[in-house]
Each structure stands twice: as structure tokens, then as C-alpha cells.
Design a protein around this ligand. Structure first.
Ligand SMILES: C[S@@+](CC[C@H](N)C(=O)[O-])C[C@H]1O[C@@H](n2cnc3c(N)ncnc32)[C@H](O)[C@@H]1O
Length: 478
């Protein structure tokens, strides 16, 4: 994080009146917007969330209806039905090649976990199922969409598949035969439809219980909260190629507030793993195609802790002189161990920094400049590693800004990369998420005279860790 130029005590009245535990107002020359960022540690008890299911309405039912409709049409190929997959950035359907690559990466990631009996929550049209059933002992799946489940059941029966079964339910169907033997739970491209973080936590707990102390959970294709601004900036670039930065900033802020899905930062999962005492990996996507799915989403693996053979790996700073890519190439070619922290993600870090500038009207940190010569695509590293027969572990578990990731070449244990739980107290969108967490504080701040009003409020769990740059959802002005 960049240099603090001014640090002010926020309005004492405000802090006292609202009972906030700690607060810090920062004004920085290059990151923070004018007016500064108000960082608060909100130590007050919060009311429990209303139950996710309320009579007559539930977000889960809403998504079930949406997916029933999406799956309602005729499919040319029932084993590879990608008719509902469209890119927000390009505005067009993903090509079959893009979707094949996306499915292959997920399937490889799941099979690499070594499990043989898989349960998939939210199996959809069976994109993963049809690839997995021939390569595992048993596949069980469930989905809230009656249309999806009905179709898969009919296809499985017609093809006389005996090692797979699909049921309609939320989460895991505890009554289905074989449930007591599963060793891998898959939740791929589904968490974004969960109503809130409590629902996700409950589903992960349920998955852990089903694993009975062994196995792994693969949470794939998670939409990255920290990259929502970058995604929306890219959408606006396509829609309005010649727009002014202020118009882009307005679009990003207002669209972020209308987002219907649950977005999560990698640090949400790191914190969950810490709470439950689990091993965790958070990986950037490393597909062949540089598209929305590859840039703005990530995969998580959670598993009960195993014994560490060595200490957590020490990483070096990514060289500021542009020599990083060459150093990685040499390590891949000549052996030895090498690890870097905060490698700028080609195509993503620059967008994220530009989005920050557009939303807050200030120059963003050096990622924007770093992007051109020395930023790297995770997929390029993964492919170079595969070609040289060496291991390359890529990680988003280290809480780096603007989509930057950590990389380690030549290590045996990819779970040994540093994990940082992050300081943002609500690392998700939606109820009690980043947009809503400080509702009453936001109201009070908006009523301050303009000269005292910060441009953004970021709620933190503590003030002694890294202070994250504000997201568009944290802007004070609507
Ligand atoms: C984008 S599709 C992903 C399908 C599949 N996992 C894949 O990777 O191709 C999301 C699926 O999740 C299902 N879904 C959404 N919310 C769910 C929930 N709470 N429990 C179970 N399934 C859910 C939807 O019905 C939909 O079929």
C-alpha cells in the first residue's frame, strides 16, 4: 500500500455517536480519493440475518426459476449444453472452444485432488458430470432446478449409466445411497447464486461433515469481489469505447450496487479455512482463453489439515525493474526453487487500477504501469511449467491488491504458500457484505458537511494489518 500523506482523526462525534470501536481517516497522494478513506473497526454486535428462507419468497427459489427457464430450450448436444453461457464483457456467447477449455480445467483440478467418489452441488446441465463419470468410481449430483435434474436423470437412464445419480435439492442430499462414502465435494460456478455468506458457510460445513474427516472440497469459478470493479470497467469499455473516466466511474459504481449475485474475495475463504482449521489453496484461473471466466474468477480447494513437511515458503517481491518474467523463465528451465509475491496479472491488474482511478478520480498505484512489460498471465506460467516438467503453484491466498497473485516454482507442496486472511471485515457482496456492512455509518457520514465527508468507507476487522484500497461498493456517494 502506498505512502500515507495525511492521517486525520475522523469526527469524534461520529465515532462516539455510533459506538464504532476504532476509526482512521487516511488521505494518500496516489491511492486514496480526495476526501480520504474512512477505515472503521465496527465492534458493535450486529443483529443476526433474517433466515434465508422466508414464506412466499426465497432467493434460492428465484434462481431455481431462472435456471429452469434457462435450461428449458432444446439442446443440440445434451452432453455439452452450454446454451446459457454468455460473456458480460464481450456481450456474446462463449465459443465451444472456450467452454471446452473451461470444463477441462475444472475437471483436471477436481481429478488432481485424487478423490474417486464425487458429490457435485449444483450440477446444472452436467458439463462436469459427463466428463467425470468415466473417470471416477461414483458421481452424485444435485441441483435446485427441476428441469436440469429431470434432463440428467433421463439421459443417465437412457445411457444405462450405473455409477451416477442426480437428485433435486439444495446443498447435499443426505439420504442418497453412497453419500457415506464420498471423498470430494464440488461446488463449481454455484456459490454466486447463494443468498448470502451464511448460506455458503453452512453449505461448506455440510460438505465437511459429509467428508467425515478426509477428502477435499473444490469451490470453483468463484466470482472475485475484488475484481468486480475491473469487470464492470471492461464492460463499459466495450459499451462506450470513447467515454470519459468520470462516466466510467459512474457506471462502475452504480452497476456494482445493482449486482444480484454473491461475490467473494479470496480472503473470505482464507478466513473460513482459519476458523475451521483447514488447509487452503486459492488459485487464479489458468485457462487458455483470456476471457471473463479466466480473468475475474478463481478456484478454491479446502481440505482437513495434513502435516506440513517444511516451513511456509518465503517469497520475494516481484522485481520492479521488469526482470520478473525472465527470472521465472530461467527458474523453469534450470531448476531450483523460486517464489514471488504480488505478480501483476496481465490484462487484469491494469483494468483494476484503471477502475479505481475512474471511481475515485485519483491515480491508481503502480500496477497500472507495471502491467505493460512485466505482468504475466497465470496460464502462461502454468503452460511453461507443464512444458518443462516442473511444478508451478499459483495463489490468490496472499491478499494482494488488484488481482496480483503469488507464484512458486519447484515446490512439492502447493498448500505451503502464504495465506493472509485480510482485514476487510465483510469480504463479500450481498447482505451484510461490503456494500451494506456500514449502512448506518454511511448514513451518518453522508449527513456530514462536504468538507468532512470521506469518499469511501471500508469496514475492517482490525486496523493493524494492510489497509485495502476501497472498492466501488464502498464509495460514499451513490
Ligand atoms: C452456472 S450453473 C453451474 C453448473 C455446473 N456446476 C457447472 O460447473 O457446469 C449453476 C447451477 O447451480 C444451481 N444452483 C444455484 N443455486 C443453488 C443452490 N442453492 N443449491 C444447489 N444448486 C444451486 C443452478 O440451478 C444451476 O444449475
Amino acid at each position: 500500500m502506498s505512502r500515507v500523506t495525511r492521517q486525520r482523526q475522523p469526527s469524534v462525534d461520529l465515532v462516539r455517536q455510533l459506538g464504532i470501536r476504532e476509526a482512521l481517516l487516511l488521505e494518500q497522494d496516489d491511492v486514496a480519493p480526495s476526501g480520504g478513506v474512512l477505515y472503521v473497526v465496527d465492534g458493535r454486535d450486529r443483529k443476526p440475518l433474517a433466515a434465508a428462507r422466508r414464506p412466499g419468497f426465497s432467493r434460492v427459489d428465484l434462481w431455481a426459476a431462472v435456471f429452469d427457464k434457462a435450461y428449458g430450450g432444446q439442446s443440440d448436444d445434451p452432453l455439452f449444453d452450454v446454451s446459457s453461457w454468455t460473456s458480460r464483457v464481450s456481450g456474446e456467447a462463449f465459443s465451444h472452444e472456450e467452454m471446452h477449455d473451461w470444463v477441462d480445467c475444472a475437471v483436471d483440478g477436481i481429478l488432481a485432488l485424487g478423490g474417486r467418489r464425487i458429490y457435485e452441488i449444483g450440477c446444472g446441465t452436467g458439463l462436469l458430470m459427463w466428463q467425470l463419470i468415466g473417470r471416477c468410481e461414483q458421481y452424485l449430483g444435485s441441483d435446485i432446478s427441476a428441469v436440469a435434474v429431470g434432463r440428467l436423470q433421463a439421459e443417465l437412464a437412457q445411457r444405462r449409466v450405473t455409477n451416477a445419480a442426480v437428485t433435486r435439492c439444495e446443498g447435499i442430499d443426505a439420504g442418497v445411497p453412497g453419500i457415506d462414502r464420498i471423498d470430494t465435494v464440488v461446488i463449481n460456478s454455484v456459490a454466486q447464486y447463494f443468498p448470502d455468506q451464511d448460506y455458503l458457510r453452512h453449505t461448506l460445513d455440510e460438505a465437511l461433515n459429509s467428508l467425515r474427516g478426509g477428502g477435499s472440497i473444490f469451490v470453483g469459478d468463484v466470482r472475485d469481489l475484488g475484481l468486480l470493479d475491473a469487470l464492470l470497467y471492461a464492460v463499459h469499455l466495450r459499451k462506450e469505447p470513447g467515454a470519459e473516466p468520470a462516466a466510467r466511474g459512474h457506471f462502475v459504481r452504480s452497476t456494482a450496487r445493482r449486482e444480484l449475485e454473491l461475490l467473494l474475495s479470496p480472503q473470505w475463504f482464507v478466513r473460513y479455512a482459519e476458523e475451521r482449521g483447514l488447509d487452503i489453496r486459492v488459485m487464479p484461473k489458468a485457462g487458455l482463453f483470456d476471457n471473463e471466466l479466466d480473468r475475474f474468477r478463481y478456484d478454491v480447494v479446502l481440505r482437513p489439515p495434513t502435516e506440513r513437511t517444511g516451513p511456509q515458503l518465503e517469497l520475494s517481491d516481484w522485481p520492479s525493474d521488469g526482470s520478473g518474467p525472465e527470472k521465472l523463465r530461467r527458474a523453469l528451465a534450470h531448476g531450483g526453487q523460486l517464489g514471488f509475491r504480488a505478480v501483476p496479472h496481465a490484462g487484469v491488474s491494469a483494468l483494476a487500477a484503471a477502475a479505481h482511478s475512474a471511481v475515485y478520480g485519483r491515480q491508481a498505484p503502480p500496477y497500472e504501469q507495471a502491467d505493460a512489460p512485466s505482468a504475466v498471465r497465470p496460464s502462461d506460467i502454468a503452460r511453461a511449467a507443464a512444458a518443462s516438467g516442473r511444478s508451478a503453484a499459483l495463489s490468490l491466498a496472499g491478499d494482494r491488491p488488484y488481482g496480483a497473485f503469488d507464484v512458486a516454482i519447484g515446490i512439492d507442496d502447493p498448500f505451503a504458500l502464504p495465506t493472509v486472511a485480510g482485514t476487510r471485515s465483510a469480504a463479500c457482496s450481498g447482505p451484510r457484505g461490503v456494500g451494506q456492512v456500514a449502512d448506518d455509518i454511511t448514513r451518518a457520514v453522508r449527513s456530514l458537511p462536504p468538507s468532512d465527508r470521506p469518499a469511501a468507507i471500508v469496514a475492517l476487522s482490525r486496523l493493524d494489518g494492510p489497509l485495502p484500497p476501497p472498492l466501488a461498493l464502498e464509495a460514499v456517494e451513490p
